[in-house]
Design a binder for this molecule. Structure first.
Ligand SMILES: [Zn+2]
Length: 239
């Protein structure tokens, strides 16, 4: 145990007593870190508003058994344009919550950290409709979920593909589509571009019915994945 330096993004904070907060961070070097920031709620706090959700900070921490202690915090990026726009802040918060559920305590996940930082920078620079869904699809991919998008996920046929099924984990042809969520060709193409190395091209798309579809599917896929994971974790806990 001792002092260490790391960079992190504040995911959320909760009150602790009269003046302190527990800050949950996604860090570059240690995955999820939960740390106490003392006196953060006093008006003359030395941390001021530095430790707010979305803040990208450089930290000096003292390692504790369960909770670390923040001894210094410098702002690297504050993402003011995100904080001052309720719509962007809501969407940033959705990404922070997803990361909070996925990132493991004290396990470095540099890929996830860089992805979150990149998505916050993109959201701060311009408010593209596919930033958050693009982040969700990439997060699912990082978690090992790669949707089948080039053939039917149920029968392996070539299509045409007309639906998307969360349980099968991909697109479905007309014959297999019963009960699944309908999906347009344009939306499938956008998801292929997000996952196939053309995220920048997908982010340049203006809002359309297809981007709305991609967003709905991304959210439902992520929820499905997290729920399944939470369930398997709770089963493990009971065993
Ligand atoms: Zn099929």
């Amino acid at each position: 145990m001792g002092l260490y330096r790391d960079q992190g993004i504040v995911l959320r904070t909760i009150r602790l007593g009269e003046a302190d907060r527990i800050v949950t961070l996604a860090t570059q070097g240690r995955g999820k870190v939960r740390a106490v920031a003392k006196g953060v709620r006093k008006t003359k706090s030395r941390f001021g508003a530095r430790l707010e959700p979305t803040s990208h900070v450089a930290l000096l921490l003292y390692e504790g058994r369960e909770l670390d202690i923040v001894t210094q915090a410098e702002v690297v990026e504050q993402f003011r344009t995100v904080r001052e726009d309720l719509d962007r802040l809501t969407r940033a918060t959705a990404m922070l919550e997803a990361v909070d559920q996925v990132v493991q305590e004290r396990q470095a996940n540099a890929g996830l950290y860089q992805m979150l930082l990149g998505a916050l920078r993109a959201l701060a620079a311009h408010d593209a409709p596919l930033i958050v869904p693009g982040f969700f699809w990439k997060l699912l991919s990082l978690e090992g979920f790669h949707p089948i998008l080039d053939r039917c996920a149920a029968c392996d046929g070539p299509g045409p593909l007309v639906a998307f099924d969360l349980v099968e984990g991909g697109a479905l042809c007309r014959g297999c589509a019963r009960g699944a969520i309908g999906v347009s060709d344009t939306a499938l193409t956008l998801i292929r571009r997000i996952l196939g190395g053309d995220l920048a091209g997908a982010l340049a798309q203006p809002a359309s019915p297809a981007t709305a579809e991609v967003e709905r599917l991304a959210t439902r896929s992520l929820e499905h994945h997290l729920e399944r994971r939470l369930r398997s974790v709770s089963l493990l806990d009971r065993a």
